[in-house]
Design a protein around this ligand. Sequence first.
Ligand code: ATP
Length: 233
Amino acid sequence: MLQLEDVHTHYGAVHALKGVSLDVKKGEIVTLIGANGAGKSTLMMTICGDPKASQGRITFQGEDITHTPTNKIMRNGLSVVPEGRRVFTGMTVEENLAMGAYFQSKDIKEQQEERVLNLFPRLKERFHQRAGTMSGGEQQMLAIGRGLMDEPELLLLDEPSLGLAPIIISQIFEIIQQLRETGTTIFLVEQNALKALAIADRGYVLEHGKLVMQDTGKNLLANEDVKKAYLGG
Ligand code: ATP
């Protein structure tokens, strides 16, 4: 579904991604782990075309999107939930969700809204509440819900567990699994390596802009180097 071949990304003189090749197949949960500054968010955003890859090739559903404008990539089956759950704080849950389906037909909008509210009953209860007055966990649910409104084939999630209480993190990971079961492919970037690898079919480890390991989620969890570096020994 998604393929990266030898992708490089620069921010001016900073060489943030140094030849990344990976793939995500339909129906998978694929997790990317790595330390602070390894380039995880850069990889996520490069897939979305902002920043653009300075070298290499990105294909999504068989189409080369390396040079496609971000707004076009986002309208063709790919959604991203960026780090830091950037919901529109002055808008209600309903309005935030509607923004996620801005380019969709009324039918798809209604159908996706129903799906999101079933997945997140909490959002149903808060439907008319302004996002800025909701808890961090509720805002994260809303950010994911908004990402789903566009009916994506592939959902990119950047650190969905960041700054949340353990019980909320467990709920979010539950929901990520449910999403996969209902047909959405997931590419997940996480610092919470333990939980993220536990639900992943496959995982990649990024260090200093390069992939240094790839395996099944299960094998990475059992790997001594991964344990030492990312699972607290
Ligand atoms: P974190 O887990 O802390 O979010 P990360 O793995 O997502 O880290 P990135 O945010 O992708 O890492 O950063 C990778 C490298 O690129 C870092 O050295 C960072 O300083 C640099 N970088 C990121 N964004 C920019 C930018 N807009 N301009 C210049 N350098 C940047």
